[in-house]
Structures are given as C-alpha cells and as structure tokens.
Design a protein. Structure first.
Length: 242
C-alpha cells in the first residue's frame, strides 16, 4: 500500500445535506442539515459540536454510509488505491471496501452476532482483512486487557455484559485496526473515570500514528483532552428552513 501523505486530506465532506421523510405523519419532509463541509487531515481529532438534535450523529452516520445523503460528496482516502473515493455515491461494494480498509467506526452501541464471544467480536475486523485468526485473537486479548475487561468474560457473548463492558468491547473492536479514518460516537459515555483515561490515551496514540478522527464527545473533559478543533454543526442546521 502507498504511504499516506500527511499533508493530504483523509476525509472531505462537501455540500452534504440530509432530511428524513416522516411516513407516519403523512410524508412530511424534515430537513436536518444542509451544506455540511469540512476536511480532516492525518493526526487531527475533529469534534462535531452543538446541542442534542442538531444533526451530529446523522453526519457521522452519513460519513460511514449508514445514511444516504440528499446532496453532496463524502470523499474518503482509499488506502489501497491511494485515491479519494466518494462514499456517498458509491455502490454497496464500494462502501464495504472502504469500511474494511479505510474508515472505522465506534458507535454508541455494540451490535454483535448472538453467541459470538467478546474475543471473536474484537478480532473479527482483523480476520476480515486477512490476518490469521490466532494472531488476531492475540491482539484482541491485549486490547481487552488494556481496557480492563475481566478475562473471565473473553469467551462469553457480549449480550450478557453490562453497558460499560459492552462499550469496552466496542472500543477494542474499533481500535484494533489501523484504519486511516476513525469515527467515534460518544465512546466514553458508559465508562468510569479509569477507563475514560485509557480511551483518551488510546485516542492520542492513534493521532500520533497519523489517524484522522471525527468524533462526538459530550464528555467535556475527554473532548478537551483530544480535540484539535471543533466543527459547529449548528452552522449547517436546516431546521429553521423546514
């Protein structure tokens, strides 16, 4: 793979708009954001700021391809092709390729296949990228230990875990790879102070390695510790025009 140019963007959001159609209310169209535009470079942690309901999570989900966009482009650095590709207009194969190799995501909630162990949940992204299962499992063990998950839980399905335990599995899964772009949606919301500090250290290590991070952090001390700049999502709000 071609080395990443530290002066070139890893993510460019250009003129993105999103609205939702409320089918249970007669097809009312609810605009959320319009003309969203920002750029991420290697080693940056850009935080989406603004009050609840302004559209921060919607932007994050569009950048990951979970939500379709009404307009605009979301250009992601494809590390295999050493080029920017538009995730917003890409077909499902393009989205899956970019998720596997270029853009990672830690959501607020762990969505894991039932009966799959925590260890396998964390190791799976590496296995999907061709890492031998044994090597992937060894790295997963190190990640889970660092996040202070009891070893007795490694072989159990996360569906049985507490909220904080599930979130630590979620974080380990998201951080185990070396995706150039990493999306974080309130990663420390369910964690105690000790594990919040661990996650802050992990974020800083990613930034030092050149990862570009786009995140939502309602935990002010965490946000202050990792943010390199804040994008005010309120500036892109489309609610007043609705």
């Amino acid at each position: 793979m071609t080395a990443i140019d530290t002066n070139a963007p890893l993510l460019q959001v250009e003129g993105v708009a999103k609205s939702f159609t409320m089918h249970l209310r007669g097809g009312i169209n609810l605009p959320v954001v319009a003309n969203v535009a920002f750029t991420l470079y290697p080693g940056e942690c850009v935080v989406l700021g603004g009050p609840s309901g302004v559209g921060k999570s919607s932007i994050l989900r569009m950048v990951y391809g979970n939500y379709a966009v009404d307009a605009g482009r979301i250009l992601v650095h494809d590390r295999k092709q050493a080029a920017m590709r538009d995730l917003a207009s890409g077909d499902p194969r393009t989205v899956l390729d970019l998720r596997r190799d270029s853009i990672g995501y830690v959501s607020q909630f762990l969505r894991a296949v039932p009966r799959v162990s925590a260890l396998d949940v964390v190791a799976e992204p590496l296995v999907a990228r061709g890492v031998a299962r044994e090597a992937a499992a060894e790295r997963a063990v190190r990640m889970l230990k660092r996040l202070n998950l009891p070893e007795a839980l490694f072989g159990l399905p996360p569906a049985t875990f507490s909220g904080g335990e599930k979130q630590r599995v979620n974080i380990a899964r998201g951080f185990i790879t070396d995706h150039p772009v990493l999306l974080l949606d309130e990663p420390t919301a369910s964690l105690d102070a000790t594990n919040r500090d661990v996650v802050v250290a992990m974020i800083r290590e990613k930034l030092d390695a050149g990862t570009a991070i786009l995140g939502i952090f309602h935990d002010a001390p965490v946000r202050d510790a990792v943010a390199t700049r804040i994008v005010d999502v309120g500036a892109f709000s489309a609610r007043e025009a609705a």
